[in-house]
Write a protein that binds this ligand. Structure first.
Ligand SMILES: [Zn+2]
Length: 364
């Protein structure tokens, strides 16, 4: 089986909001949550460490994420009312990932460079050939940049291991975001220029299109969309959360990657969370989005998977063939049946992100 890189999981947000323990299996978590409000708010989990092993997950982009109070659901206690609170919470999540990796080094390891990525991949390969379990690599992705109080803080976040930053979730003082359109602000432009000096990868996922288009022109560093699908396959989807062909072309021209999301609302036009039937959506719909990006690119090297599993939706809102993250491997026969080679399928499941990070992370 090809290895999987998942470029978006809100692990810390789940641990803090719902008390989820990702060292457990999907089925242990589901059993423990039967009848709880967690299922109502975030669906049944799709993630757990034994399933990461079974799926051959090599690397996860682990987010620092908290919603601003104005967009939080009434049940959410974990939210921020101002940038200072955001900073406290994002630091808390960063500490949590450090603890997770310090206390369970056999299960999770934080990586920050091409060297540490290579080391963990070697470690995983050796373990696999001995049929032993292996630690999953985590790389830190800041989703929403309100926690950056001062531009000088970027040096601190870099030193703490953050390697990707998405300036927006909803809008921030840096740029327009999901459901809060707007361009880059003067602060946003300054943020980008200092991010590039440090070497941060820019995550365009939640940025509003004018901000994305300007960033594609002016961001001198590396960029990607860790979790987003294709707007042109979803003409009736009205929220500014999907990528137009113009944006996708721009990302490809900059040698970026798009991580596609197996979330039914982003896969099938008109599918509504909590209302529509998951049986209406198939993994083939996800392959449509993958194929759309490959057709624009003219190759299979600029697309990956950013599942966003457990990030506000669960089992109930994924394609019918998916029970856990293990089922992402079902993409392989679908891709092969559409004419993709074994090598291309493996690249899409994880290889593309690995080479992207090898090119774009600091060497050591
Ligand atoms: Zn997101």
């Amino acid at each position: 089986m090809p290895l999987i890189v998942d470029s978006h999981q809100d692990l810390a947000w789940n641990m803090l909001s719902f008390g989820r323990d990702y060292t457990r299996s999907v089925y242990e978590t589901r059993k423990a949550e039967i009848g709880s409000a967690t299922i109502e708010h975030n669906g049944d989990t799709l993630l757990g460490w034994p399933e990461f092993q079974q799926a051959e997950v090599a690397l996860i982009f682990a987010t620092l994420f908290s919603p601003p109070a104005r967009w939080a659901f009434s049940w959410e206690k974990y939210l921020y009312r101002n940038p200072k609170e955001a900073k406290i919470q994002y630091r808390q999540q960063l500490d949590l990932y450090n603890r997770l990796s310090d206390e369970n080094p056999e299960k999770f390891r934080l990586i920050t460079s091409a060297l540490t990525l290579e080391e963990i991949l070697d470690n995983q390969n050796n373990a696999k050939s001995a049929q032993a379990e292996y630690p999953i690599a985590l790389i830190l992705l800041m989703e929403g940049a309100d926690c950056i109080l001062d531009f000088a803080d970027l040096e601190e976040w870099w030193g703490l291991g953050v390697r990707l930053i998405g300036p927006a979730w909803a809008g921030t003082r840096f740029c327009g975001g999901t459901k809060e359109p707007g361009p880059l602000t003067p602060d946003g432009r300054k943020l980008l220029s200092i991010m590039a000096e440090h070497g941060f990868i820019l995550d365009l996922s939640h940025m509003d299109e004018p901000a994305v288009l300007e960033s594609l022109d002016m961001y001198p560093g590396h960029l990607a969309a860790t979790h987003a699908n294709c707007k042109d396959l979803m003409p009736n989807y009205e929220i500014n959360r999907l990528l137009s062909d113009r944006v996708i072309s721009g990302i490809l021209e900059r040698d970026g990657i798009v991580g596609v999301v197996p979330y039914n609302t982003f896969l099938l036009d008109g599918w509504l969370i909590g209302k529509s039937d998951r049986e209406e959506v198939s993994i083939e719909n996800l392959v449509d989005h993958i194929d759309h990006i490959c057709q624009i690119a003219g190759d299979a090297q600029h697309v990956g998977i950013g599942s966003d599993f457990d990030g506000g939706f669960g089992l109930q809102s994924t394609p019918k063939e998916i029970d856990t993250i293990v089922d992402l491997q079902k993409l392989v026969p679908s891709l092969l049946s559409r004419g993709y080679s074994d090598e291309e399928s493996a690249a899409i499941l994880g290889g593309n992100w690995i080479s992207y990070l090898n090119r774009n992370l600091p060497a050591s």
